[in-house]
Design a protein around this ligand. Structure first.
Ligand code: C2E
Ligand code: CA
Ligand code: CA
Length: 262
C-alpha cells in the first residue's frame, strides 16, 4: 500500500489523486469467486476494482460515482474491460476452464461511448468465448436512456454476451423493464441477504425474487453471503448461485490462481 497523503502536508485533491493513481498504474482488478449453491462448484468470478494507494476516497463506492460524474469512467472503464479479459486468458493458461467473468459496467460506458465494439474487438483478438462474459449493470441503467441501452443490449445479445441486472431490488426496475430489456440474470443485493435469516420481510422479499426469476427463466446470484445459515436458506429457496465472504473475498489474480486452479 502506498500512503501518498503521508508525503504531503494536506490531502491531495481527489482529481489529482486519481491522475496519480492512473499514471502510477496503481489500479488493479480483484476477482471474487461465484459458486453453485448446492455443491460449491466454481461458476466464475466478479471483477472488482482495487487500488494500491491507501486513501479511502479511492474505494469503489466513492470512486466510481465520482468518475461517472466527471466522465472519466469511460477511460477507466476501457482499462477495466481490457484488464479483465487479459486476466481471463491468464487464468485459462493456468488451467481454469469454462468459467464466467462478470464485469461491472457503468451506463455512461454504453450511453456516451459504444462499448459493444470495444468488447467485440477484445474477445476476438484474445480468443475468448462470448458466452463466458457477463456485464453487470444497475437498474438505473435501464431508466437512463432506454433506446440507446436497448439497442446496445440487442447487439451484445447477438454477440452472445450476457447482460445482468445488479443490485436488484434497490432501485426502480419494474418487471416490464426486465422483460423489455431481456436481461439474462439478476443479482440480489447483499442488503437483502444480510438479514435473510433474522428479518422476515427480507426473507419474504428474497423468496419472492427467487420465485420470480425462476418463472421468468432468469439466472440468479445472491451476493454478500457471509454465513452458512444464509447459504442454507438460499439453497432451500432454490437460488442457484452465490458469492460472498463465506466462500471467498475478492482476490488478486495471483491468489485466484493459487486457490482456485484445481
Ligand atoms: P457491487 O457490484 O454490488 O459489488 C459487490 C460489493 O460487495 C463489492 O464491494 C464486494 O467487495 C462486496 N462484497 C462481496 N462479498 C461481500 C460479503 O460477503 N459481505 C460484504 N459486506 N460485502 C461483500 P466493492 O468492491 O467495494 O464495490 C462496491 C461497488 O463499486 C460495486 O458494488 C460496484 O457497483 C462498484 N464497482 C466495483 N468495481 C467496479 C468496476 O470495476 N467497475 C464499475 N463500473 N463499478 C465497480
Ligand atoms: Ca456487481
Ligand atoms: Ca450490490
Amino acid at each position: 500500500m502506498i500512503d501518498i497523503n503521508a508525503q504531503q502536508d494536506t490531502q491531495l485533491p481527489l482529481d489529482s489523486l486519481i491522475e496519480y493513481a492512473l499514471k502510477s498504474n496503481s489500479f488493479y482488478m480483484s476477482y471474487q469467486p461465484i459458486v453453485s449453491t448446492s455443491n460449491s462448484k466454481l461458476i466464475g468470478f466478479e471483477a472488482l476494482i482495487r487500488n494500491r494507494i491507501n486513501d479511502s476516497r479511492l474505494r469503489p463506492d466513492h470512486l466510481i460515482p465520482h468518475l461517472e460524474r466527471t466522465g472519466q469512467i469511460i477511460e477507466l472503464g476501457s482499462w477495466i474491460l481490457k484488464q479483465c479479459l487479459v486476466d481471463y486468458k491468464t487464468l485459462e493458461s493456468y488451467g481454469l476452464k469454462d468459467f464466467t467473468m462478470s464485469i461491472n459496467v457503468s451506463p455512461i460506458q454504453i450511453i456516451d461511448h459504444d462499448i459493444t465494439i470495444e468488447i467485440s474487438n477484445l474477445i476476438n483478438e484474445l480468443g475468448i468465448s462470448a458466452k463466458n462474459i457477463k456485464l453487470e449493470l444497475t437498474e438505473t441503467a435501464l431508466i437512463s436512456d432506454c433506446n440507446k441501452i436497448a439497442k446496445s443490449f440487442e447487439r451484445l445479445r447477438e454477440m452472445g454476451i450476457k447482460v445482468w441486472l445488479d443490485d436488484f431490488g434497490t432501485g426502480f426496475a419494474s418487471l416490464s423493464l426486465l422483460r423489455q430489456f431481456k436481461v439474462n440474470g439478476i443479482k440480489i443485493d447483499k442488503s437483502f441477504i444480510s438479514n435473510i435469516a433474522t428479518d422476515n420481510d427480507d426473507f419474504m422479499l428474497c423468496s419472492a425474487v427467487i420465485a420470480m426469476a425462476q418463472r421468468l427463466n432468469l439466472e440468479l446470484i445472491a451476493e454478500g453471503v457471509e454465513t452458512p445459515q444464509q447459504l442454507q436458506i438460499l439453497n432451500c429457496l432454490g437460488c442457484e448461485n452465490i458469492q460472498g465472504y463465506l466462500i471467498d473475498k475478492p482476490l488478486t489474480l495471483r491468489d485466484v490462481i493459487n486457490k482456485w486452479r484445481s
